[in-house]
Every structure is written in structure tokens, then in C-alpha cells.
Design a protein around this ligand. Sequence first.
Ligand code: GCU
Length: 336
Amino acid sequence: MYKYVRKALLISLALICCIYMNGCSMLNEGRRIVRIAHGQSETHPDHIGLLAFEKYVEERLGDKYDVQIFPNELLGAAVKAIELTQTGAVDFVVCSTGNLETFDDIYSIFSIPYLFDSTEAYYTAMEDPQIRDYLYKSTESSGFEAVTWLDAGTRNFYTTKPVTSPDDLKGLKLRVQQSPSNVNMVKAFGAAAAPMSFGEVYTAIQQGVIDGAENNELALTNNKHGEVAKYYIYDRHQMVPDMLIGNVKFLDSLSDEERQVFDDAAALCTEVEREEWLLQVEEAKKQAEAMGVNFSDVDVEQFKSKVIDLQNQMVSENEKLKPIYERIQEINREVG
Ligand code: GCU
């Protein structure tokens, strides 16, 4: 294990040195290298969606662009990879809105617990032109712009001890993303929050530094957390998307025709990722059960009652959230 970690670290270091030394002008046989970073494995739906993105762009603009995907946090964990995308050392990154929140607090909208009434409302909101227009370009002054979203399912708690009610969360130490809203949410549930990067979670659970975490089912299998945490409850506290964000200068350097190709590639990436997501979630549940993970349904209303006040609190503290929040409420009413 240590040998692999060391190897991965050395590769990352070499890549990062390379990136810093060559900056954005790095070319491969005259073609501009377009770097995309993400933190998942090569079998994860995000990666499979990105492969479709790469193929689509290269089929149309392959004489000019060489798209390269760096999975497994090779270019750094989410926070580092977002920083690299802001500066342009990396052109795109797929990351959770939880991690984006500290770079632009408009993304805290998705950290609002129980924001969406149903999966249908979530999908509708993510495809809603009004929300996209407001959200995607709003972060230009932070150096990045969203180009599409990727499904990352529903987030639930999973722990090393059985949990059946919110009271069981009291006193537990649970990993959250490096996001102030998620720290507040876990505190409102009565637990202690331990913010850390995704790649650190397995060892932290294994060594007893934390009692669990919260995520979708793929974390149990793709990231192997099900080996060390055996209780997964469907409290359904959040639906937090991953976003494909791009460096603003790079996106602005594209001609209108090229930008259209990248946008169409991004839409295809979402389509492919979502199909793959649904298949893999079902598979992940089976695999996790075989690993000895116990899935249980809990009284969602009980959990909701602990954190529902955060909705008004978060929206009243951040003016930017209001228009999206109101639109999502409309969608909740329309779609149910
Ligand atoms: C999910 C999500 C990732 C995120 C991770 C986390 O796996 O897809 O983008 O980094 O959760 O909790 O950090």
C-alpha cells in the first residue's frame, strides 16, 4: 500500500512540476494540451463521462487540442485542483460543489440540507436554463466558470456504529468536505465535523480518527469505505452535484465554433455520466452488501427536523442564494 501511495505521490509531483514549469503553453506535437483533473478512479462515472468529452473534442478539434484526463487526485485533492484551475495551470476540474463553496460561496446553495424534494426536482433544477444562466458564469471573477454538472447521487451518513435516529449521531465524529456549510450541518445534527479531503477518509475511518462520513453509495465501493464503515443509513440529507469547471482565460481563448464544440462535449459528458451513474449505484449497493455493509431506511422527517432551520438561515445570510433558492422552491412545487 505504502509503495503505491509513494508512487502516486511521485507521479503527482512530477506532473505538478511539469505543469508549473511549462504553464499553459505546453504543447504535444503542436497541439495545445487541455488538462482535466478529478479525484475519482478510472472506473467512476465521472471518468467515463470525461472520456466521452475527450473523444468528442478530439474528433472535431484533434489537430489543435490534446485532451488529457488526470484521475485519482493525481494533480492534487479537490481544493488544490480547483486552485490550479483558477490559475490556469489546469484547464478543467471535476469537483463537488461542497469544495467549490470556499472559492465562491454561491455554490453553498447545494449544501443546504433537504434542498430538493425529490430526485426529479433535483434533475429538473440542474437542467433548468434559468438556474444555469445565473450560476455558471457567476464565478468568472473567481477565475473559473462551470460548463456542466455531473450526478453524484444522494448523500447519506455511513458509520462504524449502528445509527437509527438523529440521537445516535450525537457525539460521533464525521468527515465532511472542506466546506463551512457542511461543518454547520453536521453540528446541527449533533455530531462533530472533521473536514478533510476525500482521499484521506479511508485511513481516517480505519484508524478510528473519525466514526464515519457522508456520501453516495459509490464511496463504499469505488473508494472502498465499505471495508471500514458497515452502517449506511438513507437519511438523504443532500443531493450535491459535481461540476465540471473550466479556467475562464482558457474558455475565453476559444473561438465561438470551438467553444460550441467544448459545450457540446460537456453536455455529452453529463449524458454519459448520468447513464453510467444509475447503473453503477445499483451495482455498488450489491457490492457493498457483499462487503458486509448494512443499508437501512430511517425516518427522514426526524433527521430533517434537526437541520431544516439551516435553510432560511443560509439563504438570509447570503443574498446571492436567494434567486436560485426561490427557483428551486418553484421546481419543488411543480415537480414534487
Ligand atoms: C463525491 C463526489 C466528489 C467529492 C466527494 C467528497 O464522491 O463525487 O466530487 O470529492 O464526494 O465527499 O469529497
